[in-house]
Design a binder for this molecule. Structure first.
Ligand code: GAP
Length: 441
């Protein structure tokens, strides 16, 4: 373990587990891979959906002041002109004249020494590199047809502010939430799915009366930190860090990051930004549409300020995997177990007949069919039962239901719990209720 508690070995363990068990595959692997893009496999897609579902539940479903949106990914330059991304969404790039490696100047520990070859003062002048992906709409590749893949979901909420205000009959304070893919031509992608060129975000723009922005900023910092804790992240690996003035984005008057202790040290999971009236004012000026709120009660007209919690779904999924990873000694053997919160676990329950046997299969399949409508359920009848428990532990399945030869007579099954390995016998008629109770507990 490193001094600050970071665990560098954990990184390889998670990458290996992800590949081996089907959480995350390198993209286009049969063609040698496509650098730093990833595909989510059978388990990864389930877990990523669960992370997004939990975010949506807490940000939209359980609130009466936030509504949802799913805006287009392709967008006209006008949006990015107004948002400031065309001018400001850049990274400073330098090349080493000696080894020809390329680096982000702002990420170098020592801006004079090449971290690759050690050469001194070998860097070129910094060039500003825009991170947005550009493409063309229609058959002609000309500047009039240029469009961008969105580098954040946020602008979709700002340009739809008026639409949503009109149809939802909400009034500030209220929010618009969105989950979706974003694209950035990152110069230094890396650390597995931590920084990729294609990723998923979960963002919410909360529109408030200007005088209340500070209060809501504090509220969302606290609320978002709690979300991770509630889903099982240990507080020893989580912190809220306020940005220094020189770290702030071009739009922000205050930002705090929720940070996780990754294997390489503390790094960002989510940013909560106090964006002021920057976005609505910019889009108002560029589009000619008034983007403001008229308060009929007070007769006041104002441009709402915005507090934005912006999280990464793909990055957060990896952090939950890392937080859940555990190894323990059980009867002289190492057991790998993902102690995932049941709400995030890919499968909630697995049905395991004691052995592959034609007498057991019908009953085991009956149990499977009882559970499937309620829970994501796995079914596995190959290998020894002990091996199969371990396979489920390793992917975080909270419960296993075993059907044995006695089950045929007593019409009961055994439920085995992942964390305690405790086993309880329950009548097959009660299996759905019992599984639901254990998952809730
Ligand atoms: N609208 C504000 C915004 O986009 P950001 O800090 O650039 O803010 C928000 O992005 C979150 O999106 C980050 O905290 C991170 O979790 C995720 N994210 C950003 N760039 C990413 C990348 N290249 N790969 C994976 N996740 C990324």
């Amino acid at each position: 373990m490193a001094d600050d508690g970071a665990d560098p070995e954990l990184f390889d363990k998670i990458v290996n587990l992800s590949r081996r068990r089907g959480f995350v595959f390198p993209s286009a692997e049969i063609y040698g891979g496509f650098r730093s893009t990833y595909d989510y496999g059978p388990l990864g897609v389930l877990m990523l959906r669960n992370v997004k579902e939990q975010w949506w539940r807490s940000m939209v479903q359980l609130r009466d002041d936030v509504v949802g949106l799913d805006a287009a990914i392709l967008s006209p330059p006008a949006i990015w002109e107004a948002s400031g991304h065309l001018q400001n969404f850049t990274d400073p790039l330098v090349d080493c004249r000696n080894c020809h490696e390329r680096f982000r100047l702002d990420k170098l520990d020592d801006p004079r020494t090449c971290p690759n070859c050690g050469a001194e003062d070998s860097f070129t002048e910094a060039r500003q590199f825009n991170l947005m992906f550009k493409t063309f709409a229609g058959p002609v590749e000309e500047s009039a047809a240029e469009v961008y893949l969105r580098p954040e979901t946020a602008q979709g909420m700002f340009v739809n502010f008026k639409n949503v205000l009109t149809v939802s009959r909400k009034r500030p304070p209220f929010g618009i939430a969105q989950i979706g893919k974003s694209f950035r031509n990152e110069i230094t992608p890396g650390n597995f799915v931590f920084r990729t060129r294609e990723f998923e975000q979960m963002e919410m723009e909360f529109f408030v009366p200007p005088d209340d922005a500070g209060k809501w900023y504090e509220y969302w910092c606290e609320e978002r930190y709690r979300w991770y804790v509630d889903l099982g992240m240990p507080e020893s690996k989580l912190r809220l860090r306020a940005h220094d003035a020189d770290e702030l984005s071009h739009y922000s008057s205050g930002t705090s990051d929720v940070e996780f202790l990754f294997p390489w040290g503390w790094d960002e999971l989510e940013g909560i930004a106090n964006r002021g009236d920057f976005d609505l004012t910019q889009h108002s000026e560029h589009s000619g549409e008034k983007l403001e709120y008229f308060d009929q009660a007070t007769g006041e007209r104002y441009v709402p300020h915005v507090v934005e919690p912006a999280a990464g779904a793909t990055r957060t999924t990896m952090a939950f995997l890392m937080a859940a990873y555990d190894e323990e000694e059980v009867r002289g053997e190492t057991r790998t177990v993902l102690r995932l919160d049941p709400r995030l676990a890919p499968y909630k329950v697995a049905v395991l007949p004691l052995s592959r046997n034609e007498k057991l299969s019908p009953m085991a399949r009956d149990v499977l069919h009882r559970l499937q409508p309620h829970f994501m359920t796995d079914y596995d009848e190959t290998q020894a039962i002990g091996r199969r428990y371990r396979r489920q532990d390793e992917i975080g399945t909270p419960l296993c239901v075993t059907v044995d030869f006695e089950s045929l007579d007593d019409k009961a099954v055994t439920i085995r719990q992942r964390d305690s390995m405790a086993q309880t016998r329950v009548p097959v008629e009660e299996v759905v209720d019992q599984v639901a109770n254990l998952l809730d507990a």
